[in-house]
Write a protein that binds this ligand. Structure first.
Ligand code: PMP
Length: 441
């Protein structure tokens, strides 16, 4: 079929017509187990009755009211719930339509904050080489994914990138994990000093790196040291939890497991769970008050900021996560998935690393397990895994790319929180076959 939908891929794709639980069905009736929630989006599966009812109810009452004139019950309910359950020191919510918008807003809020407190020289952002923060120009500039940035480089504002915290690839054999975490974090201090502390506005990082790395958490000591460095130099810490937030790792915010609070945090994907496009930027009262007591308002806004229908979906998703105790379930099913992956791939000659937290898991594919050599990028192993998985009836999220010549193909798994034991078994069986088929090609 000729498709006039301007897609992200030129490859032919099946037409999705129906979703039920952890499955999506195409027009020919083929069922695909959603092993990655699309791209870590569909955390409640595809037919949640409560979210559907909430969206239908809101649509019947009020579809839209512009935030220049009104707030809405849905936006207030969602914001209250988010703040009630957010990390300590996060006091305000700003609702948007997705992850890139949330990151753009975070960067602009940081800049306006420093203008309000009389530090106009602070405009620089430091990020990490192995990161993705969105595709709009500001978020793309922050991200450290070389191939996504390449074509747009002249249009991207200056951002410098330090090394990621990625134990499998960067820890020296003789080094302990905590020592490695300190060393990796100290790269931020070096960079702040190099740029001049008075010029640095923010450091942005994903607590568990998603799209560019395949569920890579930082080692235990890393973010504590990052927090110390940010405090020492008055640099704002922005955590991008667009992919790893909203319970994906077993806590509502991934940074809870790192024992720190950010100044600003962005969320999206699991917030709307795919039922509505929604994202949010949350920030501290310190930032909010500086603006409220200064020029009076955040100089930002989108037409669909605080959209009632999206907010109703977000509130219903968050209530479902909390009321059904899905965080406990994510921890249990995540541990089971990790165990199954270990037994299927733990000794596999082409699997170098299994990692992640909760139902956010990464599998690193290597040509040689002993010396961690990557596959030749020309083989595009990750694309072959994706195609073979679709044949098998499995949606997973493989990606490739090289950072510092060290990072190769990986598969990201992020199934719905409601996934059953049998479905996890099916996921690992189908994935195993897809990986073996791809490598044999
Ligand atoms: N930040 C992170 C960490 C992401 O994973 C993504 C999306 N993959 C984004 C930002 C951008 O979100 P969106 O695609 O909703 O604009």
């Amino acid at each position: 079929m000729t498709s006039h939908v301007f897609g992200r891929s030129s490859a032919a794709r099946p037409v999705a017509v129906r979703g039920e639980g952890c499955f999506i069905f195409d027009r020919d009736g083929k069922a695909y187990l959603d092993g990655s929630g699309g791209a870590a989006v569909s955390c409640l599966g595809h037919s949640d009755p409560d979210v559907r009812a909430a969206v239908h109810g809101q649509l019947d009452d009020l579809a839209f009211a512009h935030t220049g004139f009104f707030t809405s019950d849905a936006a207030e309910t969602l914001s209250d719930l988010l703040i009630e359950h957010a990390p300590a020191g996060i006091d305000r919510a700003y609702l948007l339509s997705g992850g890139s918008e949330a990151v753009e807003a975070a960067l602009k809020l940081a800049r306006q904050y420093f203008l309000e407190i009389g530090e106009p020289g602070r405009h620089r952002v430091i990020a990490r080489r192995q990161s993705y923060h969105g595709n709009t120009l500001g978020a793309l500039a922050a991200g450290g994914n070389a191939w996504r940035r390449e074509k747009y480089a002249p249009m991207l504002v200056e951002t410098t990138h330090i090394e990621p915290c990625f134990e499998y690839r960067y820890r020296d054999d003789a080094e302990s994990s905590p020592a490695y975490g300190q060393r990796a974090a100290n790269a931020l201090e070096d960079e702040i000093q190099r740029l001049g502390p008075d010029s640095v506005m923010a450091f942005i990082a994903e607590p568990v790196v998603g799209a560019t790395a395949g569920a890579v958490p930082a080692v235990e000591s890393y973010f504590k040291r990052i927090r110390e460095i940010c405090d020492k130099y008055g640099v704002l810490l922005i955590l991008d939890e667009v992919m790893c937030g909203m319970g994906r790792t077993g806590t509502l915010f991934a940074c809870e497991q790192d024992g720190i609070s950010p100044d600003i945090v962005t969320i999206a994907k699991g917030l709307g769970a795919g039922y509505m496009p929604i994202g949010a930027m949350l920030c501290s009262d310190t930032i909010y008050d500086a603006i409220a007591n200064g020029s009076g308002s955040f100089q930002h806004g989108h037409t669909y900021h605080g959209h009632p229908l999206a907010a109703a979906a977000g509130a219903a998703v968050l209530k479902a996560i909390l009321d059904r105790d899905l965080l406990t379930r994510v921890k249990a099913q995540g541990a089971l998935l990790a165990e199954m992956l270990d037994s299927r791939f733990g000794q596999h000659p082409h699997i170098g690393d299994l990692r992640g937290r909760g139902l956010f898991r990464g599998i690193e594919l290597v040509a040689d397990r002993a010396d961690k050599t990557c596959f030749d990028p020309a083989r595009k192993i990750h694309l072959k895994v994706k195609a073979a998985a679709m044949q098998e009836g499995l949606i997973c999220y493989p990606a490739g790319g090289t950072v510092d010549g060290k990072h190769g193909d990986h598969v990201l798994l992020a199934p719905p929180y409601i996934i059953s034991d049998d479905e996890l078994e099916m996921l690992v069986t189908r994935l195993g076959r897809a990986i073996d088929t791809a490598i044999a090609q």
